[in-house]
Design a protein around this ligand. Structure first.
Ligand SMILES: Cc1ncc(COP(=O)(O)O)c(C=O)c1O
Length: 390
């Protein structure tokens, strides 16, 4: 019998943390526990109905079932370019500066493989979305964490990075509105980042899937709106959170044309594009979804956020009030780590939170609570939480 041994590169990354958590949840569910999943970062509400209709109509067309091509359809690229123009005031060349992705996660990985050599440094936020780290390790790079802390508004302090690190740094990852902290970045922070990247010759990868999930009248800017950014930055965006289309797997990379060309060269050797009806319906979503629809959806998240914050305050748990993103990032009560607290709440209240350690060392004493849960389930989860002895 063939003996299966893992490649060294796979040995460098643990199983994706959410896969492990999902296993534990499944065991409880098998025992009949009604688990409320506040660990998952996915919208619970449906996409705009007219977008679903456009997908159904497109699927019925016989010519929509062939290979879709590698670069994305002209219709979808034009729709992303118009969206960036209208939403952020950023003008993009749809052919050279826009590349549709099979969800943005795919692009985060492939750009790393396309540009990073073993021994290079990749700068990642800590806490941060685990895929940046995993892709860097799969590429054989050294991961250098950039600490995000409350005192700095969960923005990295770029001045603390040493010249010896920066000389070897190839990519710098940012993500605003931020997962998991809910922090947002100002335009002037992005200006500083662009100047910094120009000085050190590092490519900024701004992962921005939550730009349209914002609260309290806040509007998130694009890094690419800063003059000069498109020469040194790529921004990743996605329909997953903006239009409640996480399962559709449609995202985009926009910006620096050399980086986009490298990403295309990498991914065209790996995948063969997005199903044509999905590309068409994604273009419809981008072109025609009203701001009112987005605001109403965001108001539902903000309402849930306030219910959760209210409970956390009553329990004496310190939490940042997010103006964007899909999460509340809260410090756990003393005596717990994020891991032990998440396990305690899961086992005793049937409520799943994501332990902060999933996002890096800085998350050790935190858990992340998702807003992508129906409001009545949020209320029920908070009732259960208040009945626990903490
Ligand atoms: C920060 C961040 N980046 C990327 C992704 C992946 O999004 P997509 O569905 O576009 O692959 C997520 C998903 O949760 C995320 O939180």
């Amino acid at each position: 019998m063939t003996k299966i041994t893992l490649a060294e590169r796979l040995e460098r990354v643990p199983p994706y943390p959410f896969v492990v958590l999902a296993e534990r949840v499944r065991h409880l569910q098998e025992r009949g526990v009604d688990v409320i999943r506040m660990d998952i970062g996915a919208p619970d509400m449906p996409p705009p109905p007219h977008v679903v209709d456009s997908l159904i109509a497109a699927v019925r067309q016989p010519e929509m079932h062939g290979y879709p091509g590698y670069r994305g359809t002209p219709e979808l690229k034009a729709a992303f370019a118009s969206y960036y123009q209208d939403r952020f005031g950023v003008t993009l060349d749809p052919e050279q500066e826009v590349l549709p992705l099979i969800g943005s996660k795919e692009g985060l990985h492939h750009i790393t493989l396309a540009l990073v050599n073993p021994g290079d440094i990749v700068l990642v936020p800590d806490p941060g979305y685990p895929a940046y780290r995993a892709s860097a390790r799969l590429a054989g790079a050294e991961v250098v964490p950039m600490r995000l802390c409350r005192e700095n508004g969960f923005l990295p302090d770029l001045d603390t990075l040493s010249p010896s690190v920066l000389r070897r740094a190839k990519l710098l990852w940012l993500n605003y509105p931020n997962n998991p902290t809910g922090a947002v970045a100002s335009y002037s922070f992005f200006e500083d980042v662009v100047r910094f990247a120009q000085k050190w010759g590092v490519l900024v990868c701004h992962d921005a899937p939550y730009t349209d999930v914002t609260f309290d009248g806040y509007t998130a800017p694009s890094l690419l709106a800063v003059p000069g950014a498109r020469e040194i930055a790529v921004e990743f965006n996605s329909l997953s959170k903006a239009f409640n289309m996480a399962g559709w797997r449609v995202g985009v990379a926009v910006g620096c044309r050399e980086a986009i060309a490298a990403l295309l060269r990498m991914k065209s050797n790996v995948d063969t594009g997005i199903f044509l009806p999905l590309q068409h319906a994604a273009a419809v979503a981008l072109r025609t979804t009203s701001r009112e629809w987005i605001h109403a959806r965001n108001a539902a998240y903000a309402h849930r956020r306030d219910i959760i914050l209210d409970t956390l305050t009553r329990l004496g748990m310190e939490a940042h009030r997010p103006r964007g993103g899909l999460y509340i990032w809260t410090r756990v009560p003393s005596g717990y780590t994020g891991d032990t607290f998440a396990m305690y709440v899961l086992e005793n209240a049937g409520v799943a939170f994501a332990p902060g350690s999933i996002y890096g060392q800085e998350g050790k004493y935190y858990v992340r609570i998702s807003l992508g849960v129906p409001t009545e389930r949020v209320q029920e989860a908070m009732r259960r939480l208040q009945n626990l002895t903490l």
